[in-house]
Design a binder for this molecule. Structure first.
Ligand code: NAP
Length: 232
């Protein structure tokens, strides 16, 4: 299958937790975020991808879409809003919930990954905002199909998969991750039921665990370890 190389890039505590809000010490968290961004940049990718929850919390900041009904129904075909864009922010938003102020995050053009079950009004909203979209399945997310379209329609060759835990776990479970880039932070967090790097919803069939090959270990400042693994 033609698809981008997928690198799951995350920062976690020593016990795999990823929710920075539970970690206190805001200064330390800011320093860790700086490491996270720097390591991201070292990959020279064309795109990064996050789940709906991460996008809403960290990037769209809870913006709600204002929906109006289009005059005619809209065909379930990919919509490429900016043919000149070369870098992309990809949102897994299968039900069409995210609202956006404009069609960019930083300099990256937004692509929404939807299912065909979303409303015409939401598609119309994205078209009005100049946001690209693709369909990955009729009702359930088909991530292999999404990746194929990201490669073929947008020429994305390397994609950084950047959380949260549920999106990471879904792609891992489908065997769609090629490399893991993990910043292991000097933090231990016993918050009950908080999300880890890889989670899977109960309704999805769980496949066996993924075995990895350690590719490199780098000690950064402040006791942070940067671990890189290839998927076997
Ligand atoms: N430490 C780090 O490096 C790091 C990195 C990124 C994010 N985070 C944190 O992670 C937290 C969010 O993580 P999260 O796991 O709760 O959320 P998430 O993975 O960002 O988003 C989950 C949502 O994505 C959609 N989704 C995920 N898997 C799907 C599937 N198989 N099929 C269809 N839709 C799917 C669903 O959206 P719907 O509910 O709309 O169906 C689901 O609720 C945030 O607090 C964020 O700050 C941390």
């Amino acid at each position: 299958m033609n698809r981008p190389r997928v690198i799951c890039h995350m920062a976690s505590t020593v016990n795999g937790k990823i929710l920075t809000a539970d970690w206190g010490d805001k200064e330390a968290v800011k320093t860790f975020s700086g490491f996270y961004e720097k390591c991201h940049e070292s990959y020279k990718s064309q795109a990064w991808m996050c789940g709906r929850v991460t996008m809403e919390k960290d990037f769209s900041h809870g913006e709600k879409p204002v929906l109006t009904q289009p005059a005619a129904s809209i065909p379930r075909q990919p919509f490429i809003a900016d043919k000149n864009a070369t870098t992309f922010a990809v949102a897994i938003d299968t039900k069409g919930k995210l609202g956006w102020k404009n069609n960019r995050i930083g300099g990256d053009h937004i692509i929404e990954v939807l299912t065909e079950a979303v409303s015409d009004a939401y598609l119309f909203y994205l078209q009005q905002k100049g946001i690209s979209y693709i369909f990955a399945g009729k009702e359930k997310a088909d991530f292999a199909l999404a990746l194929q379209q990201l490669a073929e329609l947008f020429n994305i060759r390397t994609l950084m998969l950047e959380g949260g835990g549920y999106v990471n776990g879904s792609l891992l479970n489908e065997g769609l991750i090629d490399e893991i880039s993990l910043l292991l932070l000097p933090v231990a967090d016993s918050t009950p039921h908080s999300i880890t790097v890889f989670e899977l919803s109960d309704y999805l069939p769980k496949k066996s665990a993924t075995h990895l090959q350690l590719a490199s270990v780098q000690q950064l400042e402040q006791g942070v370890l940067w671990l890189k693994y290839q998927v076997k």
